[in-house]
Design a protein around this ligand. Structure first.
Ligand code: GTB
Length: 216
């Protein structure tokens, strides 16, 4: 059955991997599933046809026959459950990989999103200089314990899993701030994720959208 995902017609980052369709593309590349992409404009995302797929009018969405999903956590989990390669066979290791997906999305991502918003959208506000150190500290308060737990491992819990895919995707958003430099083991972990051939294919496909727009 054909898998169709949605992505920005014009991503604000020019397709450099920061929009959340990257995670879905990466998961599909890891498990070797082909997919099609429907590009949506910012106005189309808020119109009825897209709202029927995503009540909050966002990307990405995932369609597979009768199944329609939104939320990257749910989509990556679905892909990982249906196809081998992203969740371990052992039941306990599988539960831990799922735990790490949740940790990435509900413990790490909120302060990181706050930081991105503060840097990119609120930098010109009168209170920005006062707020930024607070927001940065909240991110440090998450990176520190994660780095301590991670130690000199390659991945979070043995072999690469959907937990790593989600954690690396979330941590990638910290890179531009320089805060990852304080935790070299996590910086190396993110680089390890970025070096995966499946991640590269996902990024190339996303970048190609922007490239096509420039040509056309
Ligand atoms: N919790 C949802 C999920 O995980 O699926 C969040 C989905 C979400 O935030 N989608 C964003 C969106 O559709 C795109 S990824 N935003 C439009 C809207 O809400 O109207 C966020 C994003 C967008 C652009 C960049 N960028 O270019 O730098 C980075 C991240």
């Amino acid at each position: 059955m054909t898998i169709i995902i949605t992505a920005f017609e014009r991503s604000p980052d020019g397709g450099k991997g920061l929009a959340r369709d990257t995670r879905i593309r990466w998961a599909l590349e890891e498990v070797g599933q082909p997919y099609e992409v429907r590009l949506v404009s910012f106005s189309a995302m808020k119109q009825a046809a897209h709202l029927a797929l995503h009540p909050f009018g966002q990307i990405p969405t995932y369609e597979e026959g009768d199944l329609v999903l939104f939320e990257t956590g749910a989509i990556v989990f679905h892909i990982a459950e249906r196809h081998a390669g992203l969740l371990p066979e052992d039941a306990n290791a599988r539960a831990r990989a799922i735990m790490w997906m949740f940790a990435a999305l509900s413990t790490m991502e909120p302060p990181i999103l706050e930081l991105t918003t503060a840097r990119l959208l609120e930098g010109d506000r009168s209170w920005a200089a006062q707020r930024m150190p607070l927001v940065a500290d909240r991110v440090r308060n998450r990176l520190g314990p994660l780095s301590h737990h991670f130690g000199d491992a390659d991945w979070l819990d043995g072999a690469f899993s959907a937990g790593d895919l989600m954690m690396v995707s979330v941590l990638l958003r910290v890179k531009a701030s320089g805060l990852l430099d304080d935790t070299p083991n996590l910086a190396a972990y993110v680089a390890r994720g970025e070096a995966r051939p499946a991640y590269k294919r996902a990024c190339d496909a996303q970048l190609a959208v922007a490239g096509n727009q420039q040509i056309g």
